[in-house]
Design a protein around this ligand. Structure first.
Ligand code: GLN
Length: 311
């Protein structure tokens, strides 16, 4: 079978098998997310050659949420270097929920991972910028360069998050108290909240992943966005913390670096080959899209991809 036909049939099969799975529930601690149609479902692949394969609601724009942490980490690595980010934020999983205060308390308020809320605010705060607007524009620009120039901030979602993000504000002050925030405290929280409030399609999300999969070169625009070595670091972080506190189970069962968001998106990367992006709003108790996990697991098994496969 031709390669593209094989990819399309794996995507179609996964989409058809799981689009009607009704387990899980939309995130409801962000009012905007609670009212999204739970039946929405989409699955896309973008290869490092720039081939695009899709099924389902692939035109629908959903909230990037935590997957934005990958983009901001990428920019922080470009602005500094891997050792500085490890020292100033951390590079190890917390084993606790993405918004855990206990994880901070246990480690002298060091966030440990740039892929939990605390580490992501720390990463947003370390980006080189003279003003809040410059900080925000640089973070939006990296999302657009990795994914697509059409990615934009939803004012409605941003409002919904900015007026309910009191827990994150608490985390930001704890970080500040221990010296792990590198700009004004509420500036870091505000910009982090905005970076979560952009809207993407699964094709744009898969393009972000394909850019990382190819060592930093966007396969659609051909722009070299990231240094190849930084992509290696990002993939390690995604493996360790990308699926929150079920990252270990995900590595054990699927074995591919991934990042999820409470908007229902999941991005999975097969280094050097392609990225798979899934979207469907209902989440499991950890915060990962239920249909998304099932569809990606199905595609990975069907195409026989697992980073830890020996023969
Ligand atoms: N904006 C959300 C928050 O800060 C993102 C969390 C997520 O997707 N896990 O809680």
């Amino acid at each position: 079978m031709r390669e593209i036909t094989k990819l399309q049939s794996a995507v179609d099969k996964a989409y058809q098998n799981f689009r009607h799975d009704n387990s899980g529930a939309n995130a409801d601690y962000i009012p905007f997310l609670a009212q999204i149609d739970s039946q929405l479902c989409a699955l896309s692949i973008v290869t490092v050659q720039g081939d695009v394969i899709t099924a389902g609601d692939t035109q629908y724009r959903f909230a990037l949420e935590s997957i934005s942490k990958v983009c901001t980490l990428a920019l922080a690595l470009e602005d500094y270097d891997a050792n500085t980010i490890q020292e100033k934020i951390g590079a190890t999983p917390t084993g606790l929920p993405f918004n855990s205060v206990m994880a901070l308390e246990l480690h002298g308020e060091k966030p440990l991972s740039p892929l939990v809320n605390a580490g992501a605010m720390s990463a947003a705060s370390i980006i080189k910028a003279q003003s809040i607007e410059e900080r925000w524009q640089r973070i939006l620009a990296i999302q657009q360069k990795l994914g697509s120039k059409d990615i934009y901030l939803s004012d409605e979602l941003n409002q919904s998050e900015q007026t309910t993000n009191f827990h994150n504000r608490g985390i930001a002050w704890l970080l500040y108290s221990a010296g792990y925030l590198y700009c004004d405290t509420m500036e870091a929280c505000d910009v982090y909240t905005r970076q979560c409030s952009t809207l993407v399609t699964t094709v744009e999300l898969a393009t972000m992943g394909a850019t990382i999969a190819s060592g930093g070169k966007n396969p659609i625009t051909q722009e070299q966005v990231l240094k190849p070595d930084n992509c290696t670091r990002i993939l390690a972080e995604m493996t360790m913390e990308g699926m929150y506190d079920s990252s270990g189970d995900w590595a054990y069962t699927v074995g591919l670096p991934s990042k999820s968001g409470v908007g229902g998106g999941i991005l999975t990367i097969i280094p050097g080959v392609m990225a798979i992006a899934a979207f469907s709003p209902p989440l499991d108790t950890v915060g990962n899209s239920v249909r998304g996990q099932k569809m990606i697991t199905s595609v990975a098994k069907e195409l026989d991809y697992n980073l830890y496969k020996c023969i």
